[in-house]
Ligand binder design. Structure first.
Ligand SMILES: Cc1ncc(COP(=O)(O)O)c(C=O)c1O
Length: 380
């Protein structure tokens, strides 16, 4: 198995998994190439794996694949609306659209934004999930310095930020939007990782501030779209499930008008319908993720005192500066050789001394730490 900054390849076939000329590098691409795969530390998914009851629902619905999925995405959409908005689900239902992963809705909203917009900026972080920028460039946007003061027509804020773990409060987000977005501009707020916050994730999010979002639209013409990838919190990246909460029903209808019909297949819809009811799964996510994360950070600090761990305590990953490009490269290589791949900060994020490690159960994490202990034997 060999890897460079731009390709993930198998030594037996030397076949790149992604085409660096036209695609973004992503974690989660090594597992099929490994004959000793144990655990994927390269993705930010839930350490518990896919919820069993929802997986069972998917298995049972295989016999339904002879049918078209319902084009109104029901009843999965209504159930997700209840999950997101609780008692206010009915009022907000018409603003919600499901997609084939967050990736589909990211592309749809940016396509709409490109009809009028020219300039794009990502969140004010050192690095941010790159598909927003990729899509913006594809639709002809000019990319502007994320930390500069220029206002833009399209701003994409991933909060909590993957990969850096930075986190802005609702007030900080609103102030950033006010200062960085032009009148009549678009904001894509990606809250995929906000679900890990706590059972209070909704109240601590712009989801709970519809009045403020309407105010921004009315006073400055700024439309805020809240994006969720459901493939991380419910560990179903292979299934493809995402959603967007639009500022108004009219905005939602503009997107629905161009969306490919049935983009969420029947298995995805059935999965969603059941998974939102698995409250035990989320309860243990909120209890155990911060605990396992803190234990992992402690072990990393003890083994590698020079490394710096970043990110909010509730997050499903740790963003680490190893302070050395060669150390980071060796760590990635040792982890892969041991069947526990991690994400390099090099490809895409251009921070090659960084690595990203998912939060996993202690027994799995110890396998990774054991692999990384090889670092002390390698001269840098
Ligand atoms: C912050 C963030 N948003 C969106 C996505 C895309 O997710 P999906 O698998 O739902 O297309 C990812 C995937 O890594 C992500 O990290």
């Amino acid at each position: 198995m060999t890897t460079t900054n731009s390709t993930v390849s198998s030594s037996s076939q030397e076949k790149p998994v992604y085409d660096k000329n036209v695609q973004q590098f992503h974690g989660g691409q090594d597992w099929t190439l490994m004959d000793n795969f144990i655990e994927d530390f390269s993705v930010t998914t839930n350490f518990q794996g896919t919820p069993k009851s929802a997986l069972e629902a998917v298995t049972n619905s295989f016999s339904e694949v002879c049918h078209y999925p319902p084009i109104n995405q029901e009843p999965a959409k209504s159930k997700l609306a209840s999950f997101l908005f609780e008692n206010e689900a009915k009022e907000n239902h018409s603003r919600l659209i499901l997609g084939n992963g967050a990736s589909e809705v990211i592309d749809l909203v940016i396509r709409i934004a490109s009809i009028t917009g020219k300039t794009f900026k990502s969140g004010p972080f050192r690095a941010q999930y790159k598909e927003y920028e990729r899509s913006a460039i594809n639709y002809g946007f000019q990319v502007v310095d994320p930390c500069g003061s220029q206002k833009v027509d399209l701003a994409c804020l991933v909060n909590p930020c993957n990969p850096t773990g930075d986190y802005l409060t609702v007030e900080q987000q609103l102030s950033w939007i006010q200062d960085n977005v032009s009148d009549n501009g678009f904001v894509l707020l990606d809250e995929s990782m906000q679900i890990w916050h706590s059972s209070n994730f909704h109240d601590a999010s712009l989801l709970s501030k519809h009045g403020v979002i309407l105010d921004l639209l009315e006073k400055r013409g700024i439309s805020v779209y809240i994006i969720h990838s459901w493939t991380k919190i419910w560990s179903c990246t292979g299934l493809r499930l995402g959603s967007v909460v639009c500022p108004t029903e009219t905005c939602a209808n503009r997107i629905r008008k161009i969306q490919i019909p049935w983009s969420v297949n029947i298995l995805g819809l059935r999965f969603l319908e059941h998974v939102v009811e698995d409250s035990e799964y989320l309860k243990s996510t909120w209890e155990l993720t911060p605990m396992y994360r803190a234990q992992s950070v402690q072990k990393i600090a003890a083994a590698f005192p020079d490394w710096v761990c970043y990110g909010e305590s509730f997050l499903s990953w740790i963003w680490i500066d190893t302070k050395s490009i060669s150390v980071a490269e060796t760590a990635v290589s040792l982890a892969r050789t041991a069947g526990v791949p991690i994400r390099s900060g090099g490809p895409g994020y251009n921070l090659p001394s960084f690595i990203r490690i998912a939060v996993r159960e202690p027994s799995k994490f110890d396998i990774l730490m054991n692999a990384l202990s090889g670092l002390s034997k390698v001269a840098h």
